[in-house]
Design a protein around this ligand. Structure first.
Ligand code: ATP
Ligand code: MG
Length: 419
């Protein structure tokens, strides 16, 4: 099939907006005789005049060939093998063209069969994500009418939507993510398939879905995203108690706090805080209601230890049976949530000597308090008091110092779950 080619006058992508390392990788691959393009979300975001979060590259070079060309490349992933090329903190993902099977409705377990550049586009999820950009002659190469769909602001699967959703149900979550993020329309056939296939969602890998949820919580569009997940019934299948809470809560507390989180994330982009902050914000309205309910049924005010235990149980129950949160994420969330009751005590007693616990999550706990003040301005004096105390406190050490030089902690690499 002949692709449509769009020139600079038509697409108006400013080359200066493209990451210099991505350019370098493409040039080096091309100089070695391979074809290589910028692809996927990066091209889509450039067309939408947004700042891409990452730049992905697709090439005819096989993973081992990529590795031997770049000293700073490592190969990752079993289900989806690809190369990570590291430049300091930045990682450029380079994947080999894959063939996929756009017609088979079987769940994709591995996706490592190499193919042509056209096949590589056809196995991608949505037309807006199926565009190549060739920096050499500054053209956009379009096999799937993705360029038109970007212009029409339309979300449409590549190929038959019900088959594509059955192959990989995570695509339904991705559909709602783009819908929330860009406020695009969903093509009618894609929409019908979403409704037909939504029950398949629980067949997907929970780690991949969790990764999409976490990405959305820090995207600046978490509120519309969770609203859509709820409206389309996917939230009920994934996090049933949250969906139930939203149904019953006339004050729409979850959406209110998510809207505040969104404003914050847009302000600080791309320096998003730890993911435990938006996750804790998502859980706070439920925990708060639970704690207040407990209090109304007892003559004692729960102490911080009890609150921490409640928070831990609540998180486990909320996300199970489908998800299991990483331990570090959950413990940071518990700390952030429990701290709220230290900052704003349930008995409303005045705080004479604010004592700050030492913990790596303390800045995020204060950040959640700051977000709460937007919804409850009466908390502002307490927020001021606690931040002043934090400012005066000595720097936080997560572990007691022994006086000896501690071994350098191993850098935690955020796992990226791919198709
Ligand atoms: P984001 O802006 O959140 O990074 P993205 O579209 O770039 O969105 P990535 O996960 O970075 O998402 O994936 C890069 C590209 O890989 C996508 O644009 C799409 O072409 C392809 N892709 C990702 N996930 C899938 C999937 N589940 N099925 C088919 N293609 C996919
Ligand atoms: Mg991306």
């Amino acid at each position: 099939m002949q692709p449509k080619i769009y020139t600079l006058e038509e697409h108006r992508i400013v080359p200066e907006k493209i990451d210099t390392h991505a350019f370098y990788v493409i040039e080096k691959l091309r100089a070695a005789g391979y074809s290589a393009y910028l692809v996927g979300g990066g091209v889509r975001d450039l067309l939408l005049n947004r700042r891409p979060k990452d730049f992905d590259i697709s090439t005819s070079a096989k993973p081992e060939e990529i590795r031997s060309l770049f000293r700073n490349a490592i190969l990752i992933g079993r289900r989806f093998r690809l190369a990570h090329i590291r430049f300091g903190k930045k990682i450029i993902e380079v994947a080999t063209f894959r063939s996929g099977d756009p017609e088979s409705a079987d769940l994709i377990v591995r996706d490592n069969v190499w193919g042509s550049e056209e096949e590589d586009v056809l196995r991608r999820d949505f037309t807006i994500n199926g565009l190549f950009y060739n920096p050499e002659n500054q053209t956009v190469i379009d096999y799937v009418d993705g360029f038109q769909d970007v212009e029409k602001r339309m979300l449409r699967t590549i190929g038959q939507p019900d088959v594509r959703f059955a192959q990989d149900p995570v695509r339904m979550i991705r559909l709602l993510k783009f819908c929330a993020r860009f406020d695009f329309k969903i093509h009618p056939l894609t929409h019908v398939a979403l409704i037909q296939c939504r029950s398949h969602i629980i067949k997907s890998s929970s780690a991949r879905i969790l990764e999409e949820l976490l990405r959305m919580l820090e995207s600046g569009a978490a509120e519309p995203f969770f609203r859509l997940l709820h409206e389309y019934g996917l939230l009920k299948l994934l996090i049933a108690p949250l969906s139930h809470f939203i149904d019953l809560d006339q004050e729409r507390r979850i959406f209110k706090i998510l809207a505040v989180v969104d404003d914050e994330m847009r302000k600080v982009f791309p320096n998003t805080p730890d993911r435990s902050l938006p996750m804790a914000a998502l859980c706070f309205p439920i925990l708060d209601l639970t704690i207040r309910h407990l209090m109304s049924h007892s003559d004692r005010i729960p102490h911080l230890g009890q609150i921490a235990q409640e928070a831990d149980e609540l998180i486990t129950n909320l996300f199970s049976p489908f998800f299991r949160l990483p331990r570090r994420l959950q413990s940071m969330m518990v700390f952030i949530l429990t701290s709220q009751y230290r900052f704003t005590p349930l008995d409303q007693r005045p705080i004479r000597h604010p004592r700050l616990p030492r913990d790596e999550a303390l800045p995020f706990a204060l950040q959640l308090l700051s977000l709460r003040t937007i919804l409850q301005p009466e908390l502002l004096p307490l927020y001021t008091q606690w931040t002043e105390a934090a400012f005066k406190a000595p720097p936080v050490h997560t572990e007691p110092s022994t006086g000896e030089e501690a071994p350098k902690p191993r850098r935690r690499r955020r796992r990226k779950f791919r198709e």
